[in-house]
Design a binder for this molecule. Structure first.
Ligand SMILES: Cc1cc2nc3c(=O)[nH]c(=O)nc-3n(C[C@H](O)[C@H](O)[C@H](O)COP(=O)(O)O)c2cc1C
Length: 152
């Protein structure tokens, strides 16, 4: 079913919690999930995997966290054509642009040639018990969608 890299930015732990739950879901579906904080990961690592999940909290006025700037610049230089991807993250609905960083990541991935295989997963603050289930299901369905692609 493949090897999936999950790269995320998280300041206060909410997106990190989502990333860990999504990784659990990926593993429950029988795939490999490697979790990396974006500040510790060069985008060239994406090329070692069958698919990627990128996650970010939203900062400023609907902005991508600064920690993602170098990673996005590095992604520009890569050939991501056809790589399977999806995005997730935490935000706060009291801000004008709820989870805008998640949408920006998805847009960037599309620009760089990735194929988005499922809609973004957005959570306000940390995941509630119901949202924890959704996070695990998100990882599992992502892994299953890759498996389906490889079936004859
Ligand atoms: C200065 C500041 C600006 C923020 N701007 C936004 C925003 O524009 N949109 C949004 O949805 N959330 C915004 N947030 C909320 C964070 O994204 C939210 O608290 C999130 O849960 C943090 O995730 P983390 O625990 O992974 O760091 C902002 C938070 C701070 C402190």
């Amino acid at each position: 079913m493949g090897k999936i890299i999950i790269v995320y930015a998280s300041l206060t732990g909410n997106t990190e919690e989502m990333a860990e739950l999504i990784a659990e879901g990926v593993r429950s579906a029988g795939a490999v999930a490697d979790l990396k904080m974006v500040e510790d990961c060069n985008a060239v690592r994406l090329l070692e995997y069958d698919a990627c999940l990128l996650g970010a909290y939203t900062w400023g006025d609907g902005e991508l966290p600064d920690e993602f700037a170098d990673f996005v610049d590095e992604m520009k230089e890569l050939n991501l054509a056809g790589i399977r991807a999806a995005v997730f993250g935490s935000g706060d609905t009291s801000y004008r642009l709820y989870c805008a960083a998640v949408d920006e990541l998805e847009q960037r991935l599309r620009e760089f040639g990735a194929v988005i295989v499922q809609p973004p997963l957005k959570v306000e603050y940390g995941p509630s018990p119901e949202e924890k289930v959704l996070c695990r299901e998100y990882g599992a369905s992502f892994a299953h969608s890759l498996g389906a692609l490889h079936r004859p």
